[in-house]
Design a protein around this ligand. Structure first.
Ligand code: ASP
Length: 324
């Protein structure tokens, strides 16, 4: 066989193989790593997304809860996974805060991932265990300040959204509390309900059901405007915490080097999900807002992560907090 023919044959074979791969993906279940324990906000959001994307991809989408160290254990697990389209990562603003909070990370946040797109924005709420003797935010503030050496604040570890909200809260009211780290705010919520830990700022995906069932006390929402899911709960801003405005963005990532045909299918499935009325309703019920489809794109998530790192790094450096 002459050289030109050989090259031609080889090229056609490769093209065919790529096309078959592209057509076939996904041939087995896809796993989304959730860097937090089951039952928490990231887990809840990911399960709703997994069901919606699974329908489009005609494949099962499973969850791997890898909580701990403020999400960095799970992020690292996803960064080191095989880049074949079968392991993904769903995480939030913690992707942008951990580079400033940790002296050393075992992964490179901006360069170890391919981007699929933004998923949803989730507001947060300040809640406390039911036995807290305060019926509104002003009472809570004076009670908390007077008992600052006794009260404990739950987090999902350094670098989590609950940790970030706590940092901003403590900084704003100029009072520090002992923090208690959990592998996710699902388990933290059990302890808030049980009264083993006193208060937390956590995403509505975890708190709205507990607030509505009267299992916890709520003192404010972290957004600039009130929430449709909790219309009677005032914002922290309107209760005197000027400038308090925190919403947790969430994005879907893949390990760097994931084949383009797989990434394209994942982007299409994400876009179908955020436009699906069932997905939007399920999230609205727990106070979360799916992004507009224009944001469910790789470019949009990449730009967001970069701008969020630039936004949070100087703010966090000022607090002088570092984790090893
Ligand atoms: N990711 C949440 C947080 O940052 C915790 C969780 O999803 O369990 O607080």
């Amino acid at each position: 066989m002459n050289r030109a023919r050989e090259v031609l044959l080889m090229t056609s074979f490769l093209l065919l193989a790529t096309t078959v791969l592209a057509q076939e993906y996904p041939v087995k279940p896809i796993v989304i790593v959730v860097p937090a324990a089951a039952g928490g906000p990231t887990d809840t959001l990911t399960r709703v997304l997994a069901a919606a994307m699974g329908e489009t991809l005609k494949q099962t989408v499973l969850i791997d809860n890898a909580g701990g160290a403020g999400g960095t254990i799970g992020i690292n697990k996803a960064a080191k996974a095989r880049a074949d389209g079968y392991t993904l990562l769903l995480y939030h603003v913690g992707m942008a805060t951990s580079p400033a909070l940790y002296r050393k990370l075992p992964y490179d946040t901006l360069n170890d991932f391919d981007y699929i797109g933004q998923v949803a924005d989730v507001p947060m709420t300040l809640i406390a265990t039911k036995k807290t003797p305060a019926s509104n935010f002003a009472e809570f503030l004076s009670y908390a300040k007077a008992n600052k050496d006794k009260l404990t604040y739950a987090t999902a570890g350094v670098g989590s959204a609950s940790h970030l909200c706590g940092l901003i809260f403590m900084n704003t009211i100029q009072t520090e509390f002992t923090t208690v780290p959990y592998k996710g705010t699902g388990p933290a919520m059990n302890d808030i309900i049980g009264g083993q830990v006193d208060f937390i700022c956590d995403q509505t995906t975890n708190t709205v059901p507990q607030i509505k069932s009267g299992n916890v006390k709520v003192y404010g929402v972290t957004t600039a405007a009130r929430l449709a899911s909790l219309p009677d709960v005032p914002t922290l801003q309107e209760q005197g915490l000027a400038g308090f405005d925190l919403v947790v963005w969430n994005g879907l990532f893949a390990p760097r080097g994931t084949p383009k045909p797989a990434l394209d299918k994942l982007v299409a499935a994400l876009q179908a999900a955020v436009q699906s009325p069932a997905f939007r309703t399920r999230l609205a019920d727990v106070g979360a807002e799916p992004v507009l489809v224009a944001k469910a794109t790789p470019d949009s998530l990449r730009a967001l992560l970069k701008s969020e790192i630039d936004k949070w790094t100087p703010i966090i450096r000022k607090t002088g907090i570092y984790a090893d």
